[in-house]
Design a protein around this ligand. Sequence first.
Ligand code: NAD
Length: 432
Amino acid sequence: MKISIAGTGYVGLVTAVCLAEIGHNVTCVDIDEKKIGILNEGRSPIYEPGLEELMVKNKERLTFTTDYKNAYKDTDVIFIAVGTPEKKDGSANLQYVFGVTKQIAESIQQDCIIVVKSTVPVGTNDKVERVLRENLKKDVHVEVASNPEFLSQGTAVKDTLNANRIVIGVETKYAEEVLRKVYDGFGLPYVITDRRSAEMIKYASNDFLALKISYINEIANLCEIVGANIEDVAKGMGMDPRIGDKFLKAGIGYGGSCFPKDTKALNWLANFNDYELKTIKAAIEVNENQKIKLIKKARKYYDNFSGLNVAVLGLTFKPGTDDLREAPSLQNIPILLEDGANIKAWDPVGIENYKKIYPKEIKYCNTIEETIKGADICFIFTEWPEINKFDISLFSKLMKYPLILDGRNCYDLEKVKKAKIIYESVGRNTVN
Ligand code: NAD
């Protein structure tokens, strides 16, 4: 099958490489010449475990180009995997989706199926179909199908090859059959539905996970007040299969390119349709407060951070990715800098992207030891395995004042008690 994919971001590139792995020929299109240049050198422009290796392995079946006209003209299936970022009012910005739709309409010269993989509000597939038909240059048969993506950054390749389900939203049997041909090689279960339900499945799933995180974070906040331990509480809850043990990790809130924007977009859609989505509104509000929880805790020790040596461990929104979108570090570091703190930061893969935002304001370090040396306070924003495995006795040995504010509950409280540090985490007692 001949497949083209518009957008070589986390979703487009991973999908392309995994489809190539099951034998398809895939042309990846992007408007970003730099990304295409890197891809044509056999490198991945994003950090995603296993991606580059699989890309190199399947290089015979993968093409990377900015020449969309050629890429779309004679292909069986075109996936749209461009970004749908948040607009100021919280709604989804669909300019890239409609932009690429017009490019596709102008280019195709044979019958094909256009598959919307980007996360889009309910009703967008209908609009994509309308824009396509309005701009078609040739008399060809096109159909639009919804096929939302559920991969998580950091485990994207694994998630795609072993997805729990492939959701396909179609209006005709023909579109369903074509998409089955695309995906059958994975041997995964399908959910076949109409386009609007498929679009809703994506938002409802993401927002449920965001809600679960905000729920456990609120319980954690209450645990701190009433003297309970959130780790034990979450364990006790998670063993109930009706609840499940995933997404019950308390911390300083969710970030990333999906949960923040997808909660806001669904909330916006509800408002637009004169419905108040109370649970999602609460999830958003809880998360906003949670992100600056550590700064609030730190104020108990220091009125302001002026002149303090601050160590920051973890910059990305979660481990396993170099993505900084909506990372809690981006909410906290500006506050610290504004106060006049001297910041040293460590992250195994996020530093290059961070340097694009803060080229000079932060001293970037290669090791955790170097970062915490001489620090008056240390913030942990991301639970990288290197931080989890770090010898905590070194905090008191290397820091000027061993105050650790851990936003990801990286350490066992019993071990912390022996380490002669002052340790604040989320939903657990302070150790000092
Ligand atoms: P991204 O920002 O990493 O990549 C989008 C890419 O599209 C960019 O490389 C951009 O240059 C390219 N692009 C824009 N206009 C184009 C055009 N006209 N033609 C070709 N390329 C074009 O985005 P992403 O994180 O991969 O997300 C893509 C979509 O998938 C979004 O709707 C997102 O909500 C959804 N999604 C993302 C994830 C995730 O974990 N990142 C998971 C599931 C779903």
